[in-house]
Design a binder for this molecule. Sequence first.
Ligand code: IMP
Ligand code: MG
Length: 180
Amino acid sequence: MNSVSYEGMIFDEYISKEEIAHMVQEVADRITHDYQDKKPILICVLHGAVFFLTDLMRALPIDCTVATVHLQSYDGVASTGQVRENVPLQTDIRDKDVIVVEDIVDSGITMHYFKQILRSRQPRSIKVAALLTKPTELQYPDAKPDYCGREIPKKFVIGYGFDIHDYARNLPAIYALREA
Ligand code: IMP
Ligand code: MG
């Protein structure tokens, strides 16, 4: 499948399954290197990052645990400019080494907001691992990921967790909206 259609829009294959696997392995190798003697807790930002989280975690040969939070800022193909914490983080992270696992950092508002919540709970450290980032769109410098699979230009993407109105997450590759 080189292109798919959702809501009357066409999306072209942009990052293949094989390239995604390679990106995930690279991020895992860097985390493995940095967390040799630590036992990090991976906080998965639902729902988008669940695919990245499960692949990433299986590529980590270190002791680690997982927790989840459901944050939402996008509606359809655009950011609402507001972050909703639909399901809060339930896990105690005091004195823990936290790695937030996110699908993408776009404007950074989601990570900026979530890091404030995390800091108030006094973890030992906070790092962010994002599969993708859109550096030209970043408005909150503190949201820049510490680990990133790939930087992309301003494009709306779907697949491998990325959704349009909650659909298309199950596509095994990543597709980008075709410009008119
Ligand atoms: P930010 O808060 O502007 O950095 O946006 C981050 C959130 O918006 C991510 O967690 C995604 O859920 C969503 N998002 C940003 N860009 C895209 C995209 O291209 N496709 C699908 N979701 C996106
Ligand atoms: Mg998200």
